[in-house]
Design a protein around this ligand. Structure first.
Ligand code: HSE
Length: 308
């Protein structure tokens, strides 16, 4: 007897909140299947959709490592468990692919073991798993992928995370141009220092975004969805970024910026029709420039990772 879990893609940073804000999408995402294994310990028995890019070795796989850390915590590392990873989303896309795998694995194991931990307490193990993908400890993809909704990470070290209310009608448009940007590399190019002026602008926007979300104030959300620090440094990694952003804004986006480390670009809007128009406009820019792209339109996923 086994079970299947779905773990969604997520959009980190939300423009102004580098490493501290993120939200989950309804799709795409990963499916993790868990069954009783034929031998001692956690084994990855099948990986599909990854084009041979993901390791079967549990310790070097984000899902495997997250699962192993959880099992060690529970003192059940010898439990015979077989894990299948069905990747139904692109890598290196800025959509939190490794976060989805890690969140899916810990959720699947916890459900299989009849829920020894509360979902919130799985977060630490999922972050440990995701960390092996880019070498950095941040929960802005993993927390929304696991817990759903829009999540503020007040402090990454202690995983002080908080779900923020999602205004009715808030929609995300995400476009993934078919190029690969590795998070590790997109982090490595960032300057280590910022000016006081940049800090003031960015913290004002983070606070404004949170207040806007609490009050369903779409104008305030729009004024706050700006990134003065990271976006200018990463924009050159994405072909036609500023033209796509301009097309989104002209078609009713509240704001538009890089999804996670890119190359995906996200926009938020206040209804599904605007979200579609924005998506079509973004996709036209890529098509005009002969860049293949895939479009995702989704409300904010409130559930996060779930048993199917
Ligand atoms: N906050 C992270 C970054 C998300 O922008 O590098 C990508 O993993």
């Amino acid at each position: 007897m086994g079970l299947k879990v779905f773990a969604p893609a997520s959009v980190a940073n939300m423009a102004c909140g580098y490493d501290v804000l993120g939200f989950a999408l309804n799709g795409p995402g990963d499916e993790i299947i868990i069954k009783k294994g034929g031998e001692k310990g956690l084994k990855i028995t099948k990986i599909t959709g990854a084009g041979g890019k993901l390791p079967y070795n549990v310790k070097s796989n984000t899902a495997g490592f997250a699962g192993l850390k959880l099992l060690e915590h529970l003192g059940l590392q010898d439990e015979p468990i077989a894990l299948e990873i069905h990747k139904k989303m692109p890598f290196g896309s800025g959509l939190g692919s490794s976060a989805a795998s890690a969140a899916g694995a810990v959720m699947a194991i916890n459900e299989y073991l009849r829920r020894p931990l509360a979902k919130r307490d799985l977060l630490k193990f999922a972050v440990e798993g995701e960390q092996i993908a880019d070498g950095a400890w941040h929960a802005d993809n993993v927390a929304p992928a696991l817990l759903g909704g829009i999540v503020l990470v007040r402090d990454n070290a202690s995983l002080d995370v908080h779900k923020i209310p999602v205004p009715r009608g808030l929609f995300a448009t995400v476009i993934h141009p078919k190029i690969e940007v590795l998070t590790k590399e997109a982090r490595a190019i960032l300057k280590k220092n910022i000016s006081l002026k940049q800090c003031i602008a960015q913290t004002g926007n983070i606070a404004g975004l949170v207040v806007g979300l609490y009050n369903s104030d779409f104008d305030l959300i729009g004024r706050s969805l700006k990134d003065h620090i990271i976006e200018p440094q990463r924009a050159s990694l994405i072909p036609n970024f500023y033209t796509v952003q301009e097309a989104a804004m002209k078609n009713g986006a509240l704001g538009c910026s890089i999804s996670g480390a890119g190359p995906s670009i996200f926009a938020l809007s206040n209804n599904s029709l605007n979200a579609e128009n924005i998506g079509n406009a973004m996709q036209r820019v890529f098509a005009d420039n002969k860049v293949d792209s895939k479009l995702y339109i989704s409300p904010i996923n409130l559930e996060g990772t779930q048993l199917l």
